[in-house]
Structures are given as structure tokens and as C-alpha cells.
Ligand binder design. Structure first.
Ligand code: AMP
Length: 214
């Protein structure tokens, strides 16, 4: 199975991808995670991308498509792929079709996480993750069970994304509306889009996605 999780920032793409990896042994291909790793490692791509990401704008189509190409080349064709945060433009959607063909894959589903945009700013600006294992938390909705200690791995270090501030989030939403949402009709015409209520609880969204993939 090859699926795209599509939705604005904060819709739950990363959270649901992690669930799919756990339950179905699929692989999450998050261009955001790949770019953050490149920024951390100060690679040429990371150095170029950092300022763009800090503003909440989109990195070039070529850069992200090359990252996806390299990941697909490195994984067995039998392992399912979850595209999280890619494609984000019409050009990327076209490149993805080419890359899937190149790597002997086909796109099975586009799952659109439908969300109320006003709630997203609140979701995003409160989120943080364990610095060691990446487990996700939230100031209001999901604090660790023991204050300051990760439920999953016991680490006491947490981190926040520098682009999870209100101003950048607004730009990221605008980018989504202007450049990413317009790719949906093309997928709808292919009859592969399913909408899931992204405002439901994490477990309910996961169940709805499971039903779609069954
Ligand atoms: P994300 O973690 O998916 O929210 O991505 C964080 C940031 O990385 C975005 O705001 C963009 O600056 C950049 N980015 C991630 N994926 C893409 C993509 N497919 N195309 C362009 N920019 C991207």
C-alpha cells in the first residue's frame, strides 16, 4: 500500500503516520522530518532550507522530491509507504507519480484529514516531543503522566519545533490553502480520495483510517 496523508499543519498527519507504522509495518516518509534532520546535520540542503522553514514557506519542489526519491530507492518495494507532508504542490504531485512509477509502486489512497482551522493554531502552538524517542505531547491535551518524564522512554528532555509559533503557523496555513489544497481535485478525479474527520480523538481517527485500508 502507498498512501498520502493530506491535511493542513496540525491535522494529525505525523501522529497518524506513527500509528500506521506501528500497526501495519509501513514506512513513514515525512519530508518535514527529513528536512529537520538535514538542518540539524547542517548539510547543504539543510542550510538552504532552514530560513524558508523558519518563515513557514515551502522548500523547493526539487529538493523535497530528491529526498523522497532517495528514501524510496532505499526501501524494499514490498514495504508500504505513507507520504506525510508530501506532495504539497501540483508539481510535487506530478513528481510523485513519476517517482512511484520509477520505483515500481502505485498510489492506492489519499486520506484527507478534515479539520477546523481555528483549532489548529491551538493544537500546534502547544505541541512538544520527547527529544530522545520523538513521542508527541501537548501542553493542554496530552501531558506526560509523570511531569517532565517521557511516558515511552523515561527521558526528561523535550523539544519544540521552532516553526510552531503562531505567526509561522498562519503562513503555513496560507501555503496549504494556496498550494496544497488545489492538488486534491486531481486525486478526486482518480477516485482515490477518502475524507476522515481529523477533529475526532486520535484513536477514532486511527480506527477510521484502518477501516479505509482494510
Ligand atoms: P512539516 O513537518 O510537514 O510541517 O514541514 C515543516 C516545514 O518543512 C514546512 O513548513 C516547509 O517549510 C518544509 N516542507 C516540508 N515538506 C515540504 C514539501 N513537501 N514541500 C515544500 N516544503 C516542505
Amino acid at each position: 500500500m502507498n498512501i498520502i496523508l493530506l491535511g493542513p499543519p496540525g491535522a494529525g498527519k505525523g501522529t497518524q503516520s506513527a500509528r500506521l507504522v506501528e500497526r501495519h509495518g509501513m514506512r513513514q516518509l515525512s519530508t518535514g522530518d527529513m528536512l529537520r534532520a538535514a538542518v540539524k546535520a547542517q548539510t547543504p540542503v539543510g542550510i538552504k532550507a532552514k530560513a524558508v522553514m523558519d518563515r513557514g514557506e515551502l522548500v523547493s519542489d526539487e529538493i523535497v522530491s530528491e529526498l523522497i526519491d532517495a528514501e524510496l530507492a532505499a526501501m524494499p518495494a514490498s514495504t508500504g509507504a505513507i507520504f506525510d507532508g508530501y506532495p504539497r504542490t501540483a508539481a510535487q504531485a506530478e513528481m510523485l507519480d513519476m517517482l512511484l512509477a520509477k520505483h515500481g509502486r502505485k498510489l492506492d489512497r489519499v486520506i484527507e484529514l478534515a479539520v477546523d482551522e481555528d483549532a489548529l493554531v491551538d493544537r500546534i502552538t502547544g505541541r512538544f516531543t520527547c527529544a530522545r524517542c520523538g513521542a508527541g505531547y501537548h501542553d493542554r491535551y496530552k501531558q506526560p503522566k509523570a511531569a517532565g518524564v517521557c511516558d515511552e522512554c523515561g527521558s526528561t528532555e523535550f523539544k519544540r519545533r521552532p516553526d510552531d509559533n503562531e505567526e509561522t503557523v498562519r503562513t503555513r496555513m496560507q501555503e496549504y490553502r494556496a498550494k496544497t489544497a488545489p492538488i486534491l481535485p486531481g486525486y478526486e478525479a482518480r477516485g482515490i480520495v477518502a475524507q476522515v474527520d481529523g477533529m475526532a480523538s486520535i484513536d477514532d481517527v486511527a480506527e477510521a483510517i484502518d477501516d479505509l485500508l482494510a
